[in-house]
Design a protein around this ligand. Structure first.
Ligand code: NAD
Length: 475
């Protein structure tokens, strides 16, 4: 399938920007897929005006009609899943079956929030005098500036769009410049399903220029960002200065604790399937492994065996178990993390060096005996490296796991219920998986604290950031 020339979307119409040229790369070859022009200051202004207009129409649209538009979008995405997944494979690099699963999850998210659109209930409060009425209603917060990254080009965007649109907000989104076509396809389906022009606008360009302009704009009332802690910190400062609400879904560095009672081979099988999905480029993935010393050698051997068995190749090739990383920055980051760990006396069990071929390839890598001082135990790797260390008792494991600036996800593998409960209570994380590595689904809240940001996406909690509460007292 030929990759389409990406474009901005303003007031429901595709248009080239009048700013700088953006080149989209194919991660499986490193070559150019397409060029297009990003947004200039004038384009950003046009998107703001379109969103202000779209918001007036969309907020006045009954919730049941908003539900209908979101459901039709979900249906259309499912019908179009193979084309949309191909776009993800082309611009992000992941294997086709993962891209298909991502489209399905995005469609499920539209369905979940379609139903939630009808559930933004207010309440009646007993009044203080006869005949009086005291009631609250939930109102959309206004126009939302939404910034989504390249690792899950569909789901990360839809986890913002679906609740914002369900609430009656209009959105100006700036998805990652690396993955514009998936975002455009989603916007296109929303438009075809009946979303009024201007209720969603897409901008691409210079991220800092666009975010600064949108956060300062009087049109925008809410900021939602998914990405790195460093950028989140900047945007939160700007949003704070402008007194705008914000949701910050930032990085994670989830610990997985493999306990003495766990079957080390079964644990390694479960972890190999989760860890190398999306080439490890996921904020909730387990990225530090603490294994009870009695299980350590068997766990490391099996994880390395599983890692070696993964065929690394283009996402379009059915045999590929793992695709390339999404950009060259990640490959460089992996090389630096490995050399730092080796200097700190870690052992490379498998992988460890970029694959010498065109494209952004780094193999599934297992590092053993990684000391807590190594950079990979402190920095979010966001790639296919599994650093492993041994522990002797549960308190030590908890202390190691919680010795992190991040607090997003945490995992436990154990067959012992009291140990599971103790660790689930003791881990400093917003989402915890016990004998599972699935913690982000449309119907569940997901969000972190500390360097992982604040606020939730998913579940009924994911609608809240897009709603204001209004109180009316009728005497
Ligand atoms: P980055 O920090 O420059 O960018 C992260 C994301 O933020 C990208 O999508 C980018 O387009 C966007 N961005 C950057 N500057 C921005 C700005 N001023 N305003 C608005 N958006 C802006 O780096 P990167 O190389 O793309 O990613 C590096 C790190 O980011 C990763 O190692 C990982 O820690 C983190 N990350 C996290 C997630 C997540 O799901 N939480 C997703 C992607 C990247």
């Amino acid at each position: 399938m030929t990759y389409p020339r990406p474009s901005l979307s303003i007031a429901g119409a595709a248009r080239q920007g009048t700013g700088s040229t953006i080149t989209v790369l194919d991660p499986s070859t490193g070559g150019a897929l397409a060029e297009f022009t990003g947004a200039s200051a004038e384009d950003i202004g046009r998107a703001e005006a379109a969103a202000a207009h779209g918001y007036r129409i969309w907020r006045a649209t009954p919730a049941i009609e908003r539900e209908r538009v979101l459901r039709l979008t979900a249906q259309a995405m499912r019908a179009d899943r193979s084309r949309m997944a191909t776009l993800i494979v082309q611009e992000n690099g992941k294997p086709m079956r993962e891209a298909l699963a991502e489209i399905d999850a995005a469609a499920d998210t539209f369905d979940f929030y379609a139903a939630e659109a009808r559930r933004s209930y207010g309440r009646t409060i007993p009044a203080r005098s006869p005949g009086a009425r005291m009631a609250t209603s939930r109102e959309p917060v206004g126009v939302v500036a939404a910034f989504s990254p390249w690792n899950f080009p569909a789901i990360n965007l839809v986890r913002k769009l679906a609740p914002a649109l369900a609430a009656g907000c209009a959105v100006i989104a700036k998805p990652a410049e690396e993955t514009p076509a998936t975002a455009f396809a989603i916007a296109d389906h929303l438009g075809q399903a009946g979303l009024p022009p201007g209720a969603l606008n897409l901008l691409f360009g210079d991220p800092a220029e666009i975010s600064s302009a949108l956060i300062a704009s009087p049109v925008v009332r809410k900021v939602s960002f998914t990405g790195s802690t460093a950028v989140g910190r900047q945007l939160a400062q700007q949003a704070g200065a402008a007194l705008k609400r914000c949701t910050m879904e930032l990085g994670g560095h989830a610990a997985a604790i493999i306990c003495a009672d766990a079957d080390p081979e079964a644990a390694a099988d479960l972890i190999a399937a989760a860890k190398f999905r999306n080439a490890g480029q996921s904020c909730n993935v387990a990225s530090r492994f603490y294994v009870h010393r009695s299980r350590y050698d068997r766990f490391v051997a099996r994880l390395a065996e599983r890692a070696r068995a993964i065929i690394v190749g283009p996402g379009s090739d059915e045999a590929s178990g793992m695709g390339p990383l999404s950009n060259a920055r990640r490959v460089d980051a992996m090389s630096l993390l490995v050399s730092d760990a080796v200097q700190a006396n870690a052992r490379i069990v498998t992988g460890g060096a970029r694959l010498e071929r065109p494209g952004f390839y780094f193999p599934p890598t297992v590092l053993a005996e990684v000391p807590a001082s190594a950079a990979i135990m402190r920095t979010e790797p966001f790639g296919p490296i599994a650093p492993v260390a041994a522990f002797d008792d549960i308190d030590e494991a908890l202390a190691l796991a919680n010795d992190s600036a991040f607090a997003l996800a945490g995992y436990v593998v154990t067959d012992h219920a009291p140990t599971a409960r103790r660790l689930a209570q003791g881990l400093n994380a917003g989402a915890i998986g016990v004998n599972t590595f699935t913690v982000a689904l449309p119907e569940v809240p997901f969000g972190g604290s500390s360097a992982s940001g604040w606020g939730h996406e998913g579940g009924p909690e994911g609608l809240e950031p897009y709603l204001l509460t209004r109180f009316v007292h009728e005497a």
